[in-house]
Design a protein around this ligand. Structure first.
Ligand code: AMP
Length: 287
């Protein structure tokens, strides 16, 4: 695996590959890799000649400085995992490379960022939009791979890529979970033993909500109330939101929905660690 820390040598390498007719897939990450990330790498290596992974903990998307400071960094293990997965290129920029001048540009994604993560993490999607734009300009991939785990992030990037004519196709990959249902996340390693055990309740809530929705006896409001009450009674757990939305545009669903394009989305702090998860009513839908 070739490792690049600077933009120009990476661009020169990839331009040469493109001249040779190679198709480039790209997986942007913040490192502390797990099997969720590797599923994106696998999707890319399956459909592309060259897979580029970036590891960069982007400061502009952290609205909480303590969260940025404590974000897990496991570079040696990450490199080994990428190598094993057949990733050919690792881009490892630092802040001076990614933000050589102070960024004044502000990105506003309109209604899509006014709910869920956008509402609870002011400025987060501005930072995500900036870093993903920069990375897409640097790597110029044919396809970029993102996880459904960050559904709102995917929808925002999709809007940006469409509106700004980025010549990159996007693929949204399913959520990889631990055997007990907890969605894999780099932040999971920060959970205490007790919090790790408790964290499975998020997936349980999503699954129960989905079952209630399918049964059709409880209204959306009743399902939201049920989940809210279930999580309010927990110690060391603070629910930020639980939403039942249209998976394509995150508009709230108010009554029994005619289509199956429904997503159940949750965010909570468990033992002080912020976790998010979501579940589609129909896992087979394509977004
Ligand atoms: P991150 O390193 O957290 O910025 O994540 C990098 C990419 O991996 C994003 O597109 C995430 O949505 C995706 N990702 C994170 N966790 C998972 C997971 N459990 N399953 C699938 N994809 C994931």
């Amino acid at each position: 695996m070739q490792v690049f820390q600077e933009i120009n040598p990476l661009k020169a390498f990839l331009h040469q590959k493109k001249r040779e007719g190679k198709r480039v897939g790209f997986v942007p990450t913040m490192g502390a890799l797990h099997q969720g990330h590797i599923s994106l790498i696998n999707a890319s290596t399956e459909h592309n000649d060259i897979t580029v992974c970036s590891i960069y903990v982007n400061p502009t998307q952290f609205n909480n400085p303590a969260d940025l400071k404590k974000y897990p960094r496991t570079l040696a293990a990450d490199k080994a995992m990428l190598q094993d997965a057949g990733c050919q290129v690792l881009f490892l920029p630092d802040n001076a490379v990614m933000y050589p001048v102070e960024t004044k540009l502000q990105l506003n994604f309109g209604r899509l960022e006014k709910t869920m993560e956008g509402k609870h993490r002011p400025g987060h999607f501005n930072g995500v939009g900036l870093v993903v734009s920069k990375l897409l300009h640097i790597v110029e991939p044919d396809v970029a791979y993102f996880g459904q785990k960050d559904l709102q992030q995917y929808l925002i990037i999709r809007q940006m890529v469409q509106e700004l004519f980025f010549p990159t196709a996007l693929v949204c990959c399913p959520i990889v979970r631990e055997p007990d249902g907890l969605a894999m996340s780099s932040r999971n390693v920060r959970l205490s033993k007790a919090a790790r055990k408790k964290a499975t309740i998020l997936y349980q809530c999503l699954s129960e909500a989905k079952t209630l929705f399918i049964e059709g006896r409880a209204s959306v409001a009743q399902i939201k109330k049920y989940v809210g009450q279930k999580l309010t009674n927990q110690t060391d757990l603070m629910l930020e939101y639980f939403e039942i939305v249209d998976a394509h545009n995150l508009l709230p669903i108010t009554k029994t929905y005619k289509t199956d394009q429904v997503a159940f989305c949750i965010a909570a702090e468990v033992g002080g660690i912020r976790l998010i998860d979501n579940l589609f009513l129909n896992e087979a839908i394509h977004i």
